[in-house]
Design a protein around this ligand. Structure first.
Ligand SMILES: *[C@@H]1O[C@H](CO)[C@@H](O)[C@H](O)[C@H]1NC(C)=O
Ligand SMILES: *[C@@H]1O[C@H](CO)[C@@H](O)[C@H](O)[C@H]1NC(C)=O
Length: 397
């Protein structure tokens, strides 16, 4: 598929762009660790290290900033002490500060100093403060269940195709759009999850935001691309009748790919931030999520049958979608951060739209076309594949 190739090229270009960005930042102090995830009532010590050992002024005085504000911690943590590095401490240029979490939310701690230029973009400490550890565990569990449900949701269709040695009933527009969508979503997830530079851009935009991408999102989307490829392979080798990708789907796919291609070029010339570029990828995924099931629902309607379209896939998808939306609400409650639900519109819409369409398919499969599976498979074969199958069916009937 051309779409896949293009996405790969874009992704590589993107990686090159990312590394050149990262080199520009220059750290003068370091927080160790740079990210802290604690619960209200807990304390944690953090090391602050001076990274410029041969500094000329004798003393380096640092005042800490909370979300870029002096002294005002907004009640998230205790007020942290000022730090002074003196020349006497030439060997171990580090200080320990103890952080007590007082209120749930997100906080970015940076510093300012008359002697050195501390960049809030590169020298900072991120603190996520959770309401409760139990809620955190629940969030993890829900996350992994929907990850598993969504990941295995591809296989009932693959197994069904394999059993029937046929992909008749599986809509090719759906498959093509799904492949493009998951490729875009993989790019979004991988970049946001792995690049600290992009995470900084994200936190600069959402200072109190929680990163909307977790490890299971990354694994899910990569696996989804892989599963789509298996299904594409089945479409090549198994019986497929006269099914093909419609012109409408080709046009929509091309427009989306051209849009991403141009956006990537613009981002490479630094006229668009990499974070915004990633959002464009996620918007493409969003557009695809909203339309990808339409051709399949329409095809089921025209055939008056869901045969060849796996209901197992839909039931698992429904489970995954419901739990993913639930997880976002749990996260928001735990970190008192309802903006995070909308910080990742893709993830939210992915869950919501899946659930809505799954309900349509469940109604089609179990109510509308319940009795039609066997009979219609014959009539649909005899109408769509007049050449090959009609004689056999005629002999049978
Ligand atoms: C840090 O130093 C500033 C300026 O000298 C002072 O106003 C502030 O109260 C100090 N903060 C702490 C926590 O000691
Ligand atoms: C900090 O930045 C200012 C202006 O950007 C520059 O004049 C100054 O020399 C810098 N100081 C250090 C210690 O790098």
């Amino acid at each position: 598929m051309n779409a896949k190739l293009l996405s790969t090229v874009i992704f590589i270009l993107f990686l090159i762009n990312r590394t050149t960005f990262a080199d520009q930042s220059k750290s003068v102090i370091a927080f160790e660790p740079t990210y802290l995830s604690i619960t209200v009532g807990e304390s944690h010590s953090v090391n602050v290290r001076l990274l410029v050992p041969d500094i000329i002024p004798p003393n380096v005085f640092i005042e800490l900033l909370y979300d870029n504000k002096l002294t005002d911690t907004q009640g998230y943590v205790n007020v942290l002490p000022n730090i002074t590095f003196t020349q006497q401490t030439s060997i171990d240029q580090s200080r320990v500060i103890v952080i007590h979490a007082l209120r749930n939310g997100h906080l970015v701690v940076t510093g300012q100093s008359p002697q050195i230029n501390i960049s809030s973009m590169s020298d900072f400490l991120l603190i996520d403060i959770a309401r409760s550890n139990a809620l955190n565990v629940l969030i993890q569990i829900v996350g992994w269940i929907y990850f598993v449900a969504w990941s295995i949701s591809f296989y009932p269709q693959i197994i069904l195709n394999f059993r029937r040695q046929s992909v008749i009933g599986l809509n090719f527009d759906f498959l093509a759009l799904n492949l493009l969508g998951h490729s875009c979503y993989s790019i979004f997830n991988i970049c946001l999850y792995t690049s600290h530079d992009i995470q900084r851009q994200y936190y600069a935009k959402h200072p109190h935001g929680v990163l909307p991408v977790l490890l299971n999102d990354v694994l899910f989307s990569i696996h989804a691309v892989f599963a789509c490829f298996i299904t594409v392979g089945q479409c090549v080798f198994f019986e497929r009748g006269k099914q093909r990708i419609s012109y409408i789907a080709r046009i929509i796919g091309s427009i989306l790919i051209i849009f991403l291609f141009i956006s990537t070029i613009v981002a490479l010339t630094n006229r668009l931030s990499t974070l915004n570029l990633l959002y464009f990828y996620s918007y493409v995924k969003l557009v695809i999520t909203t339309i990808k099931y339409l051709p399949q629902a329409w095809m089921n309607y025209k055939r008056k049958s869901t045969e060849g379209w796996s209901i197992g896939n839909i039931l698992l998808d429904f489970t995954g979608g419901t739990l993913s939306v639930l997880q976002m609400f749990l996260l928001a409650a735990n970190y008192n951060d309802w903006s995070s639900i909308f910080g990742s519109p893709t993830k939210f819409a992915l869950g919501l739209f899946s659930v809505l369409f799954d309900i349509v398919f469940i109604v089609q499969h179990y109510i509308l076309y319940r009795t039609n599976t066997f009979i219609v498979s014959r009539t649909s074969l005899s109408t769509s594949n007049a050449d090959e199958y009609t004689p056999i069916l005629h002999r049978q009937s």
